[in-house]
Design a protein around this ligand. Structure first.
Ligand code: ARG
Length: 289
């Protein structure tokens, strides 16, 4: 009688378990070149208008990210940057797209309000018809992150919690609200990153105690970032299911991702960081568009 096969442990996080084979799925992304990038106002603690910025360096760093996406097999669409909108490079904030439906962004600060209609014009030019101009303030994928079929929704600094119900009704997917409490991590995508359809990584200290409990309940095996990882914007990361693009200074996260079978790729955007933005902020995912 051959011995029964031992049952393999479910999670790859157990000591000695082999990491799962990760599979990348090609994405369609929208980016905005940083032609008019500057820091001439301050709406988050990273922005110091008195410090000089260099548009040329911003462009070179952004080009690297853009080219990397293409090398990894993703499709990158471009929106024309508008003069007078220095933060428009942060395409993640321009809208939220799920199942080909587009929820427009309505910004908290007057300096960025014109970006919402500018992004929606792009979607209309593409022939999109399933578009909602929102009633409540929401900053697009800065605060809305899709994990499988669940939309995680940040609030506390930018997106109005009433927007969460609006998004749930529009997209027809469950929306889970999470409250951010640290002003340095003012958007959900600075505190949490989606790794796959059921895995995330996050920095607990960025969330209220209740939201930390919700995250533990939903994702007991999540990769937990250290304060140092979060401070170098390591959570402002993009994952295609296999490659995870993130700040090369997030060394603890890079190790944790490797141990789980992901392929972390360091990408640094120090110029854009002066505005409080990283790789993920520059990227809007066009799901089923
Ligand atoms: N300066 C911009 C702001 O404060 C940065 C936006 C970063 N985008 C993001 N998705 N986190 O609004």
């Amino acid at each position: 009688m051959p011995e029964a096969e031992p049952i393999a442990p479910a999670a790859a996080t157990r000591p000695g378990a082999t990491a799962p084979q990760r599979v990348a799925t090609p994405r369609r992304l929208l980016m905005c070149p940083p032609r008019h990038f500057d820091v001439n106002y301050s709406i988050n603690p990273w922005m110091e208008p008195e410090k000089p910025t260099d548009q040329g360096s911003a462009q070179i760093q952004w080009d690297r990210l853009h080219d990397l996406y293409r090398e990894l097999g993703h499709t990158v669409e471009l929106i024309r940057p508008e003069p007078g909108l220095p933060d428009m490079v942060f395409a993640a904030n321009g809208a939220t797209v799920v199942d080909g439906k587009v929820l427009g962004a309505r910004f908290r600060h007057v300096q960025r309000t014109a970006e919402g209609p500018a992004y929606l014009d792009w979607f209309r030019e593409q022939g999109c018809t399933d578009i909602l101009w929102p009633e409540h303030i929401n900053e697009g994928e800065g605060d809305y992150l899709l994990v499988g079929r669940r939309l995680l929704a940040g609030t506390g600094f930018r997106t109005d919690p009433r927007s969460h119900a609006e998004a749930q009704e529009f997209f027809g997917v469950p929306v889970t609200g999470l409250t951010l409490v640290d002003p340095r991590f003012y958007h959900l995508d600075t505190a949490l990153a989606v790794l796959s359809d059921d895995e995330v990584m996050y920095y607990p200290g960025a969330f209220s105690p209740g939201s930390q409990a919700v995250l533990r309940e939903l994702y007991p095996d999540a990769v937990l970032a250290t304060a140092a990882d979060a401070e170098v914007f390591g959570l402002n990361a993009f994952s295609d299911g296999r490659h995870v693009l993130l700040s090369s200074a997030a060394t603890h996260l890079i190790g944790a991702l490797k141990a789980r079978g992901f392929e972390p790729i360091g990408i640094d955007l120090p110029e854009l960081m002066k505005a409080g933005g990283g790789a993920k902020c520059c990227t809007l995912e066009l799901r089923d568009l």
